[in-house]
Write a protein that binds this ligand. Structure first.
Ligand code: 1GP
Length: 255
C-alpha cells in the first residue's frame, strides 16, 4: 500500500476550534442519505441551512445508507462550501467526497465491534480516501432508539451524570478530542443538560449534543449547560423552517 499521511486533526478541526476557543457555539445539520435521497430536496434543504448559518453538515444514519448515497449526498452538500463530515453508523457511510469523519468509539456499547472492530475495518479505507479524522467519544444515552438498538447500547441512568463524566474523563485520557452526547435520532427527549454541563466543567473535550432537539428553547438550554455544538437532523427533514429557527437561536446565543 502506498504511504499516505493520516490526517488526524487537520483543517476541519482547526475550523471548529477557532470558533469554540472563543466561546462561539456551532450548529451542525445532520443529513441521513437514507431519508433524504431526492437530489432536489437535498439541495433545497442544504442551501436553506447554509443561508441561515449552519456551520457544517454531518452525513450518517444507523441503517440503510449505501456508499453511493453517501457519495451523492456529500457532493450536493459540498456545493454549499461548508465542511462535510461523516457521522458513520457503520463503514458503509464512508465516502472520499467528504472532508472529515467523526472517528468514533461508541463508549457504552456492549459489542466489541463498536468499540474497536469497526474502527479497524475503517482505518485503511479512511487513509486511502484521505479523510481527516476527528477522534470522538460517542455516548448514546437512552435505550429505545435505532442507534441504541443497532449499537447494542447500555443506557445511562439520567439521574447519574457522574457516569457520563467517568466516560468523558476516560475519553480524554485516551486522547480523544470530541464527545458526542447522543439522545438518538428522533428521540422524544433530548440529552439531560446535567450531562453536557458536567462534561464541560471537568474536561477540555469539545461537547457535541444531538438527538431530539426540536425547539430553539431546548437548543439554548443545552448551550447554557456546556454544549459547544448542537446537531439537528429529524427537524431539518420534517420542518426545515423550524430548523432555521434553531440555528437562529444558536446565532443569537453567540451575540
Ligand atoms: C442523531 O443526534 C442526531 O444522531 C440528530 O438527532 O434526528 O433527533 O435531530 P435528531
Amino acid at each position: 500500500m502506498k504511504k499516505r499521511v493520516v490526517k488526524l486533526l487537520g483543517k476541519i478541526h482547526n475550523y471548529i476550534m477557532e470558533s469554540i476557543s472563543t466561546g462561539k457555539k456551532l450548529h451542525f445539520t445532520l443529513i441521513d442519505p437514507d431519508k433524504v435521497s431526492e437530489p432536489d430536496k437535498l439541495e433545497k434543504i442544504a442551501n436553506l441551512m447554509a443561508e441561515y448559518g449552519t456551520d457544517a453538515f454531518l452525513i450518517g444514519g444507523s441503517l440503510g445508507v449505501t456508499p453511493e448515497e453517501a457519495t451523492e449526498t456529500a457532493k450536493v452538500l459540498k456545493s454549499t462550501g461548508l465542511p462535510v463530515i461523516i457521522f458513520p453508523g457503520n463503514i458503509n457511510c464512508l465516502t472520499p467526497e467528504a472532508d472529515a469523519v467523526l472517528f468514533m468509539i461508541l463508549m457504552n456499547s456492549m459489542e466489541k465491534y463498536y468499540l474497536i472492530e469497526a474502527q479497524i475495518a475503517a482505518s485503511i479505507i479512511i487513509k486511502k480516501y484521505g479523510l481527516e479524522t476527528l477522534p470522538t467519544s460517542y455516548i448514546v444515552v437512552y435505550g429505545d432508539t435505532a442507534v441504541a438498538h443497532v449499537g447494542r447500547v447500555y443506557p445511562i441512568p439520567i439521574n447519574k451524570p457522574e457516569i457520563v463524566l467517568a466516560y468523558a474523563l476516560a475519553s480524554e485520557m485516551l486522547g480523544l478530542k470530541y464527545i458526542y452526547l447522543e439522545a438518538g435520532s428522533g428521540s422524544q427527549k433530548p440529552v439531560p443538560p446535567t450531562f453536557s454541563r458536567i462534561v464541560k466543567k471537568n474536561t477540555d473535550l469539545v461537547v457535541i449534543v444531538g438527538g431530539g432537539i426540536k425547539s430553539p428553547y431546548i437548543a439554548q438550554e443545552l448551550l447554557k449547560n456546556g454544549a459547544d455544538i448542537i446537531v439537528t437532523g429529524t427537524i431539518v427533514e420534517e420542518d426545515p423552517q423550524k430548523a432555521t429557527k434553531i440555528i437562529g437561536a444558536i446565532k443569537n446565543f453567540n451575540q
